[in-house]
Write a protein that binds this ligand. Structure first.
Ligand code: NAG
Ligand code: NAG
Length: 353
């Protein structure tokens, strides 16, 4: 059944895919227009944890949808100069998430991370009744050697810390929801691993923020709280994991994953894993979800993935001058208007053949 689902249209995928929010993305339409109501209408057809969440906690679903969008936007930022640029073009995106390649791993991880981030953020903003700021920690670390208190000044937990545990749990409930119990194929194991890696990219990198109290900033006492990393940092970190992703294969029992290759340390929980090599994404291919790179803007002086050599797959590129209007010669008039002129700006672009 599961094998079948990979070659069948959207509906089959939604019904059978064990980890389904990403399937829902493209069943509902572009992830960018995904709204909570349509997620829940679709999940009505599904049993299990997601349908339950839709019924009992619709407000959380709204944050889940926001988180998925946050993840997608970050994916598009991180891959903006690469052959595969995380385009949300439905048909092609759908193909990507049905494979077991590195790109699939990144999409799952960044989505789970986005959901963790959005739900937690909503808690801190007081937008959900189920959660709020993190409960004040009662214990301070005995004698911190770094961070607040290292210099011997007094401090205590307080303020509004991010309750990342809550976001983590909700992301887990929603993203890891399985359609069928006990169904464990290798692909499911890989997806679940990458979901967790995404959540940990948020949860394991909390930072401490503090505020000084005392007369005119004397800082006799500080209040500190935990904040999540900025989502850009989460994206940067997951891109590193993408670059160092581990190839795995299924063990004989069908329940374990074995790293491929000799002398390779096994992946840890934060690593991304995949089991199939990516296509080169040079030419359009419906089967692999590749749009090809013809017409993409490349950088003729860069030697990395954004350089024309790599991005255009050796086909070469052409220069094109584009003209666009920009505000210029802006002047400030007292008070308070800024007046600008319109200038035409010419820009040389290199475009892949
Ligand atoms: C992503 O790639 C597609 C196809 O190659 C292209 O049409 C689209 O403009 C690209 N998006 C960005 C933001 O570069
Ligand atoms: C092109 O690549 C060069 C060298 O890496 C870099 O300095 C420059 O900023 C890049 N240009 C653009 C438009 O990204």
């Amino acid at each position: 059944m599961l094998l079948l689902s990979r070659t069948q249209p959207a509906l089959f995928f939604i019904l059978l895919c064990p980890v389904n929010i990403i399937g829902l993305w493209w069943a509902v339409g572009s992830p960018l227009v995904m709204d909570p109501n349509s997620i829940c209408r679709k999940t009505k057809r599904l049993a299990g944890k997601q349908a339950e969440l839709c019924q009992t906690e619709p407000e959380i679903i709204k944050e889940v949808a926001k988180g998925a969008k946050l993840g997608l936007r970050e994916c598009q930022f991180q891959f903006r100069f690469r052959r595969w640029n995380c385009t949300s073009h439905n048909k092609y995106f759908g193909k990507i998430v049905q494979q077991d390649i590195r790109e699939t791993a990144f999409v799952y991880a960044i989505t789970s991370a986005g959901v963790t981030h959005s739900v937690t953020q909503a808690c801190s903003m007081g937008e959900l009744i189920q959660c709020g700021c993190e409960a004040t920690r009662s214990r301070a670390p005995p004698f911190p050697t770094s961070g607040p208190g290292a210099d011997g000044s007094k401090w205590e937990w307080g303020g509004c810390g991010d309750d990342v545990e809550f976001g983590y749990e909700k992301s887990k409930q929603f993203m890891d929801a399985k359609r069928k119990k006990g169904k464990s194929d290798i692909r499911t194991l890989i997806d679940l691993h990458n979901n967790e890696a995404g959540r940990l990219a948020v949860k394991n990198y909390m930072r401490t923020e503090c505020k000084c109290h005392g007369l005119s900033g004397s800082c006799t006492l500080r209040t500190c709280w935990k904040k999540m990393p900025h989502f850009r940092e989460v994206g940067d970190r997951l891109l590193e994991r993408f670059n160092g992703a581990f190839k795995v294969m299924g063990g004989n029992d069908g329940k374990t994953l074995i790293p491929v290759g000799h002398n390779i340390k096994p992946p840890d929980k934060q690593d991304l894993i995949y089991s199939a090599e990516s296509p080169d994404f040079c030419l359009p291919n419906r089967k692999t979800g590749s749009l090809g790179t013809k017409g993409r803007v490349c950088n003729s002086t860069a030697m990395d993935v954004s350089g024309c050599d790599l991005l255009c797959c050796g086909r070469g590129y052409r220069e094109e001058t584009v003209v666009f209007e920009e505000n210029c010669l802006c002047r400030f008039h007292w008070c308070c208007v800024v007046q600008c002129k319109k200038c035409s700006v010419r820009k040389e672009l290199s475009l892949c053949l």
